[in-house]
Design a protein around this ligand. Structure first.
Ligand code: NAD
Ligand code: IPM
Ligand code: MN
Length: 328
């Protein structure tokens, strides 16, 4: 397997290093390559995503991405969005899991308000919210098939009362859910965000358009203690990129306190993606154990640093693996 690691900016490199260490416990034999991209790379070279890096990413079987800083500069185009579009990573999966809930947010990842079709005039600016039949159908199918393999329930987050583009999206999702034989309900996104926080146990798979999924997932991170906890998988045909839901957190970068759990959980998603379900579960179990022992970073109420948390998780994985091997 070709694994390309893109640490990025801010806390990206701090949290990706331990995630790579975790992956290497399971797969030291894989071919690992590192690429530089993002804001620091732009400042150094004038290009945030070089043609050579694009080629390396396209050739990768698996990509592990830290986070990057996107300056609000009209000339600067988001590297994350460019990669999602170029590799056609159309499904952004964001699991939110706790004691009495297990939600999978399936976010459409290539169109909607992130269509990139936008322009500025003298006295106004416009961004086109593009919702296509093919784009909606493939994400609706993806989400329905996830639901079929889980608790067979799909919630469609939408604003169909206000936007034609969402009425269109909703209709296609309803059709695909019916074909897949999963039960379905629809909720306006504003009410949905609150209800997910109040009654997370009522949800299984939630499918929604691009920016609604972005906002919903950051809000839902609250259920797990904060942004430092949530991983994500960006899936397309033949490409897969794993990244924490959080960004480059410039306010804490370089302080050694970034929570590495979201990044380490990305390894669990990656292992699931390559069908190594037991290994994926083992990573999750090790994280649970370390959290229960109170070894946590300050964002989730602890006193430990990034390195300490990561070392404990790694120790626990190695311990659990050796117990498993003895049991076999
Ligand atoms: P952010 O996720 O970087 O940070 C929001 C808050 O959460 C901050 O207070 C931060 O300290 C905290 N936080 C985030 N991750 C944490 C972690 N692992 N441990 C502890 N605390 C953590 O979002 P932001 O501040 O809105 O954005 C900062 C930059 O990151 C921006 O340039 C933005 O464009 C970029 N961004 C990039 C990605 C990505 O690369 N995928 C995602 C989101 C934001
Ligand atoms: C995310 C981020 C990105 C998004 C940004 C960095 C483009 O917030 O992955 O959630 O809006 O999708
Ligand atoms: Mn986001």
């Amino acid at each position: 397997m070709k694994v390309v690691v893109a640490p990025g900016d801010g806390i990206g490199p701090e949290v990706i290093a331990p995630a790579v260490d975790v992956l290497k416990i399971f797969h030291p034999e894989w071919d690992y390559k590192q690429v530089h991209l993002g804001y620091e790379c732009w400042k150094r070279t004038g290009d945030p995503l070089s043609p050579a890096t694009r080629t390396t990413l396209k050739e990768a079987d698996l990509i592990l991405f830290g986070a990057i800083t996107t300056p609000p500069d009209p000339e600067y185009h988001s590297v994350v969005l460019t990669i999602r579009k170029e590799l056609d990573l159309y499904a952004n999966l964001r699991p939110v899991v706790g004691k009495n809930f297990d939600i999978l947010i399936v976010r459409e990842n290539t169109e909607g308000l992130y269509s990139g079709i936008e322009w500025q005039e003298k006295d106004r600016a416009c961004t086109l919210r593009l919702v296509t039949e093919s784009g909606s159908r493939r994400i609706a199918r993806f989400a329905s098939s996830c639901a079929r393999r889980r608790r067979r329930h799909l919630t469609i987050g939408n604003k169909a009362n206000i936007m034609k583009s969402d009425a269109f999206f909703l209709q296609i999702c309803l059709e695909e859910a019916e074909k897949a034989g999963v039960s379905v309900d629809k909720k306006y996104i504003d009410a949905l965000v609150l209800d997910v926080l109040q009654h997370p146990d009522r949800y299984d798979v939630i499918v929604t358009t691009n920016i609604f999924g972005d906002i919903l997932s950051d809000a839902a991170a609250f259920l797990e203690g904060g942004l430092g906890m949530l991983p994500s998988a960006n899936i397309g045909k033949g490409h897969a990129l794993f990244e924490p839901v959080h960004g480059s957190a410039p306010d804490i970068a370089g302080k050694g306190v970034a929570n590495p759990i979201a990044a380490i959980r990305c390894i669990s998603l990656l292992l699931k993606y390559v069908q190594e379900r037991d290994q994926a579960k083992l990573v999750e179990a090790a994280i649970q154990k370390v959290m229960a022992a109170g070894v946590k970073t300050p964002d989730i109420g602890g006193k430990a640093g990034t390195k300490e948390v990561a070392e404990e998780v790694i120790k626990e994985i190695i311990r659990m693996r050796s117990v498993l091997q003895v049991d076999l």
